[in-house]
Design a protein around this ligand. Structure first.
Ligand code: AQP
Length: 332
């Protein structure tokens, strides 16, 4: 059976990149896969968090999943810290992950920046915990945005290393699913940087909780160039900000970039941005309204997460017990 695992960090509000690059694809995949979606709160600890904010963000990410269309009865939806097998398996896998493999991870280099020596061990070990998240459920497919591709490849390498070391065919090698037109949504302020929760400029992203007026204002102020929209997608190559807005428009309207240009070539950005505001608001407003409704009942969100954790635990605890047997840890 094909099984999907994926997750998002409750680091801050989710944004359009998280939605178009990942969440929207998850919603479509629930019909054809056994799906497990996690709020990866332990991953969030790799950067400093305020306890109350973390609690609220964890509920908010769960609310975003449901509001976007994830069915918590059909799928398993839970918070990572509620299933201890993730942390235990992470330790076991870290003992099969050469440091040289982790040294290649570009996200650590980007996030640690010049402060490499003071960066916490958890930030460095993040991809091993991610491998544990996926392998605890023996997931076969992992839908993610392009930025997570390298981490996914590491998960495959770690699974392979474990299987080879013990001469078993225990963990499947998970396949990345990088789907849709907007696999890497870029910052509205700088077309060379990905749209990110941790960007200090709120103007760089459209948050899933932004109201219509804020979305309109951010899109109107988004960086562009003075030229009108070109005729072919190839002409966008040297125009990263223009390319980004066309990509977003295409993803929101289920069109390729070329289809967008076929209809909009020659338009000035002032006109195109007005059309983009309309489709962005039309897509996000109902999701935001549903998120707000769900967030008014935190006890119900906790109840759904608790139900999901019980279902997740049943799968992950079995995998962990089998892995311990393979390794030779004494079962009592
Ligand atoms: N800009 C993006 N375009 C497309 N997909 C994206 N994803 C993130 N940013 C973009 C995808 O969203 C999923 C969840 O990401 P995450 O919350 O686990 O962390 P992240 O990838 O590190 O996202 P951010 O926004 O950049 O968070 P911070 O700033 O906290 O690190 C993943 O599938 C990711 O690919």
């Amino acid at each position: 059976m094909n099984r999907i695992f994926s997750g998002m960090q409750p680091t801050r509000q989710l944004h359009l990149g998280n939605y178009l690059g990942a969440l929207r694809n998850w919603v479509a995949l629930q019909a054809s896969y056994d799906c497990i979606f996690c709020v990866v709160d332990l991953h969030a600890l790799t950067l400093p968090q305020e306890p109350e904010v973390l609690r609220s963000n964890t509920r908010e990410v769960a609310a975003a999943y449901i509001a976007a269309g994830i069915d918590p009865q059909r799928c398993i939806l839970f918070a990572q810290s509620h299933v201890s097998a993730h942390s235990e398996l992470s330790w076991i896998l870290s003992c099969h992950a050469p440091i040289g493999w982790l040294n290649r991870m570009t996200q650590f280099k980007e996030k640690a920046g010049k402060h490499r020596d003071s960066a916490v061990l958890g930030l460095y070990a993040y991809p091993v915990l991610m491998a544990a998240d996926i392998l605890a459920y023996k997931a076969t497919h992992v839908p993610v945005g392009e930025d997570q591709k390298q981490h996914l490849e590491l998960s495959r390498d770690i699974a392979g290393a474990f299987n080879r070391h013990y001469d078993v065919d225990f963990f499947p090698l998970p396949e990345p699913q990088i789907l849709g037109e907007a696999t890497r949504v870029m910052s509205l302020r700088d077309g060379s940087k990905k749209m990110s929760k941790s960007d200090i400029s709120d103007q760089s992203r459209i948050n899933m909780t932004d109201d219509a007026e804020t979305i309109a204002q951010k899109i109107r102020k988004a960086k562009t160039d003075p030229d009108p929209l070109p005729e072919t997608a190839d002409d966008l190559v040297a125009r990263p900000e223009a390319d980004n807005l066309v990509t977003i428009y295409g993803a929101l309207t289920d069109q390729s970039r070329q289809q967008v240009l076929d209809a909009q070539a020659g338009a000035q950005f002032s006109t195109f941005k007005t059309a983009l505001v309309d489709v962005a608001v039309a897509k996000l407003a109902p999701i935001t309204a549903e998120m707000n409704r769900l967030m008014n009942d935190p006890a119900e969100i906790d109840r759904l997460l608790s139900h999901g954790a019980d279902r997740a635990e049943a799968i992950a605890a079995k995998t962990l017990a089998e892995a311990k047997d393979i390794i030779g840890l004494l079962r009592i």
